[in-house]
Ligand binder design. Sequence first.
Ligand code: GDP
Ligand code: IMO
Ligand code: MG
Length: 545
Amino acid sequence: MLTLTIGWLCAINTSCPFKIFTRKSQMIRCDVKIKLNVRGSILMSVGTSFRDVMVKRYDKGALIAIGCNQWGDTGKGAIVDRFMFIADICVRAGGADNCGHTNESNGVKYVTHMIPSGIIFDSQGKVSIIARGVAFNPLTARLELEKFAETGVTSKNLKISFRAKLILPHHILLDMLSESRVNKVAKIGTTGRGVGPVFQDHVARTGLTVMDLLNPENMRTKLRRILRDKIAFLKTIDRDLVIQILQHDRLENGLFYHPEHILDVDAIVKRYYEHGEFFRRNICDAEAYLRSRLGEDTIVFEGAQGALLDIDEGSYPFVTSSRCTIAGLAQGAGLSENDITEALCTVKAYVTRVGEGSFPTEIGGYNAVNEYRELISLNIVSGSLLEQMNSDKEVVQGGAIGMMGNEVGATTGRPRRVGWLDLPALRRAIQINGPKIVITKLDVLTGIKNLPICVSYCYEGPDNPAIPLVYGQEIDVMIPEDEILKYCRPIYEHMDGWEEDITGIRSLHDLPDNARNYLNVIEEYADAEIVMIGVGPDREQTFFA
Ligand code: GDP
Ligand code: IMO
Ligand code: MG
């Protein structure tokens, strides 16, 4: 296929029988693409067909898990989308609507929070599963499906595990309340979706599950029991603050407020039963279905968050409340990690983080993005974005990289904090998730002349006998505890950057030498195996290494 794309609006496609030999001497179809890109230059690229490589690489029946080896937002959703070419089933098995996963194809952008990214292939008969590891917010899911329906996306093949944890109004209220009351030091910077409280109820063995949506009497009894202590606590809190939070649209603008009991159990049961009716045909034993398809269907598992946000493995306590590793992903779907045939974890070519917590390689400090925005609004910073990305003022440099990478949270709209690539963090994540990684957003670094890579940390805190650690000790592998991390100073090696636009490139060999060097350093210094590379947000802008 020959695709000629000029500007945003006009595209001419013509058929072109075009064959090439790859480095493995396989004859496969290839795409020729001429495209006017965002930086304004005309690109031409000749690459092997991504789909063909994928079909050759993965056997029918493969189980492919897409995790993340950083603090989330590394493009998991986009990579899951690429795998939907070959997958029959897409499974979300962790997290909640704290996720924000973005897919782009030909300028059309989909963001999913609760629904698996594979839903956009529903009309092709592909199945989407929300497995029991997920904390399910039925309101978010309904709103998302309604929005999808407007664009013609169906949900006939959506299956929701009856065992998925149920997010209820008190979870959201307690989460938002705790974030609004604590001082900055104790704040986690959560997404305010009720994730901590829902998992607290789960481990306390008092939580409700999706099954309860279909049984209002059960729901009422369980809710009354679970809310007794919580309402006693809520009565000790400033009532105006509680009412103000309950007015939030996430809590349906006061629908659940009760003047005497604060939370109106009857209103909750009524509304959640309505949700149950809406999802009645989707609720099932999704794990049993999944097991019945093993060996038959190709299955892609869509991870949530990232290894460094995992409740056990992440940079505690600034983590989420669920499992975000490949093992956690398999478990959340009722399977074993050994069932997974290929575990791939996305790694941004730099690092971002949303919320609180130490970030050793952060560029310009915690307030960099806000300071940068202020400087821009006051016209104090001038020059092009590329010039700013090379600024010797870190606040400007970090802010500009965030701007170039469009680093704004897909769930909360918060600006993401930006930092240089952190190899000690990657080494730790690889110990947990395995060596295979997908480098995303390499294109964002284009034009930065000097690229620091953090190769180790110097620990500059008090001696810590528990590990043990002494002041001045070098650390090669991140110790993901904020108590330690906050004293870790990054040690950098510096690499030359590249100037060439890479957004149209579709093969490793076509990348500029310095971009390839950058990737080589990641592979060699972190014992990683780069499987895929992303050079833009679009479906077409990913290729196998
Ligand atoms: P997720 O939470 O891991 O699925 O990631 P998000 O969707 O929250 O954030 C990743 C962002 O980067 C999205 O806006 C994607 O469209 C975008 N993206 C993914 N891969 C690439 C890439 O290779 N280059 C660029 N420029 N953007 C990318
Ligand atoms: P995806 O799947 C990035 C962060 C929050 C906060 C911490 C705890 O899109 O990569 P929570 O609401 O879970 O209790 O918040 O975890 N966090 C994420 N950061 N990407 C995410 O998801 C995240 N989900 C939660 O910012 O610091
Ligand atoms: Mg995200």
